[in-house]
Design a protein around this ligand. Structure first.
Ligand SMILES: Cc1cc2nc3c(=O)[nH]c(=O)nc-3n(C[C@H](O)[C@H](O)[C@H](O)COP(=O)(O)OP(=O)(O)OC[C@H]3O[C@@H](n4cnc5c(N)ncnc54)[C@H](O)[C@@H]3O)c2cc1C
Length: 503
């Protein structure tokens, strides 16, 4: 696709009123210059830096904090990888790039088959690359349905691969690969430390504690950035390209209200610097955005996994989703119920408190000796829950769920008194989340305008770009780190190979 020269009329302003796009002709002194300039040293920025350096480019990374503090460092450390990785093979799971691509296609509202195919076909090589950088992955499998494995085990089901209709559309395989790390948090931080040290060992120059506020353009292309560091202005020239890798926009209340208001009612996780500046810089240069209205959102009611044998009902006493869905899928469906009202109903045989109840505030409403008593206790329409449970139990006794096709493994009649209800209502229970939308980019990370043309010398990767993770319904844990690293690498490599005269 041909580049479209930038218009100097672009004059969008950042929150601090510094122009997001400035004419480089205004710049008297350049503080520094390099071939590639990367904004943000998280997963995407570190991977882009390594590839660009290995392609022979000089690289400067500008990082707003002292380092290793982005959302990557909050991540559990799942990478969504498949197609027959060494871990899948060691744990005796068969997978293929075709099955992985079919799954990603089935779970994407608007699948980009070029990106999906590249990712699925490149997944084994990408796993090997991550491991070669020094990131540890055990050859082990964690069989329990959980949000994050508590120990160092690697392979886990982190999506809806075994959930209907996806299990009929693509041969299922577990593809969540957790960095070997004891605990539920820390795998992302470990991976980032290893990758950022690797980038620096290869020669990346890191300017820390410097916040980029403007892109600089000249002769129709991006030629650098302007940053502020301890009250000083830095003008940093990029001979080849600028790569935006500055994270998402969950901490920008105005952008959240405008694009993804559901997050106003959730606890937004991640970097405090997810203020959307990467996206806004790209937009100021003419970049389009995609999937800005979508967020990962969750209030997981499992583990323990036996709770998947319960049912979720809304205020009409009706089920609405297969309860064995990945937690961000069941959660987004919960948020869409009338009044946000949702109860998890269990019987005595499977009763347990959701493991995350102290975080999610999923309160135990009460125990009830009869379904009729529960129905009135929850103020559900008379007869509604009785009908729902009678139907569910009748089918579950035959290991069937004709309405939502819950996997037979999680089907059992809920017929052992007493029964209990947990309140999962959106607005009463705590839902957490982060943004998924970002700049529209092609498979090489080039930022595209509304017509699909590349903005000259401007790339984006990670949470400020939109690649594979498109919505909460289809999300699989590990997709964000997976795409930030995979497409970050592609952006680094492609930008290193371009000259200012070409795309
Ligand atoms: C609690 C939690 C757990 C998660 N677990 C997983 C998981 O296990 N697997 C998975 O795939 N995804 C997970 N995610 C999502 C994933 O962590 C992010 O999508 C991913 O880390 C984004 O990487 P990034 O490089 O784009 O952004 P970041 O890691 O946030 O890096 C962006 C960097 O840019 C810097 N920056 C920002 N503004 C500027 C500026 N103006 N100038 C210079 N620098 C700037 C920031 O300081 C930051 O260091 C999780 C998210 C959260 C919140």
């Amino acid at each position: 696709m041909p580049d479209q020269p930038l218009s100097s009329a672009d004059s969008a302003k950042s929150a601090t009123e510094a122009p997001l796009l400035r004419d480089a002709a205004e710049i008297q002194d350049w503080s520094d210059q390099s071939d590639i300039l990367i904004v943000g040293f998280g997963m995407a920025g570190a991977c882009a830096a390594i590839e660009a350096l290995e392609a022979g480019a000089s690289v400067t990374v500008v990082e707003r904090t002292s380092g290793c503090t982005g959302s990557t460092s909050a991540a559990s450390g799942h990478f969504y990888l498949g197609g027959g990785t060494p871990v899948q093979t060691a744990c005796e799971f068969e997978d293929s790039p075709e099955a992985m691509a079919a799954y990603l296609e089935a779970t994407s509202p608007t699948p980009n088959m070029k990106k999906i195919t590249l990712y699925a076909e490149g997944s084994v090589a990408h796993f090997n690359w991550l491991e070669a950088q020094g990131i540890p992955f055990e050859r082990s499998y964690y069989p329990t349905k959980n949000v994050v494995q508590p120990g160092r085990e690697c392979l886990i089901w982190t999506g809806n691969e075994q959930v209907w209709p996806y299990r009929d559309l693509a041969t299922p395989a577990p593809r969540g690969h957790k960095v070997a790390f004891d605990g539920e948090e820390g795998g992302g931080a470990l991976a980032l430390r290893i990758l950022s040290e690797r980038a620096e060992a290869l020669g990346a120059r890191v300017i820390a504690n410097a916040a980029v506020g403007s892109l600089l353009h000249q002769d129709g292309q991006i030629v650098g950035v302007q940053a502020r560091r301890f009250g000083e202005t830095l003008n940093l020239r990029a001979r080849n390209a600028v790569i935006l890798a500055a994270g998402g926009f969950g901490q920008n209340p105005e952008m959240v209200r405008q694009h993804v208001p559901i997050l106003e009612h959730a606890y937004v996780q991640g970097s405090p610097h997810d203020d959307g500046v990467g996206i806004r810089l790209g937009q100021a240069a003419g970049g389009a955005t995609e999937h800005m209205q979508e967020a990962f959102i969750t209030s997981p009611f499992y583990p323990p996994e036996d709770l998947l044998k319960g049912i979720l009902v809304n205020r009409l006493g009706q089920r609405f989703v297969a309860e064995d869905s990945y937690h961000s899928r069941s959660s987004i469906h919960c948020t869409r119920q009338p009044g946000g009202t949702v109860y998890l109903i269990v019987d005595a045989a499977i009763f347990a408190y959701p493991q995350f109840a102290s975080l999610t505030q999923q309160a135990l409403v009460d125990g009830f000796e009869t379904i009729e008593a529960m129905e009135s206790g929850l103020q559900l329409p008379p007869g509604s829950l009785q009908t729902t449970l009678a139907d569910y139990n009748r089918h579950a006794a035959r290991a069937e769920d004709p309405e939502f096709h819950k996997h037979p493994k999680w089907l059992k009649p809920l017929d052992e008194a007493p029964w209990a209800a947990f309140d999962l209502s959106f607005g009463r229970a705590v839902y957490t989340g982060f943004t998924l939308g970002g700049l529209r980019v092609n498979e090489n990370g080039q930022v595209l305008n509304a017509d699909g043309n590349a903005i000259p010398a401007l790339y984006a990767a990670g949470a400020c770009a939109s690649n594979l993770a498109q919505d909460s319904n289809g999300y699989a844990s590990g997709t964000c780190l997976g795409e930030a690293s995979f497409f970050g690498r592609r952006a680094g490599k492609h930008s290193a190979s371009r000259t200012h005269a070409s795309t």
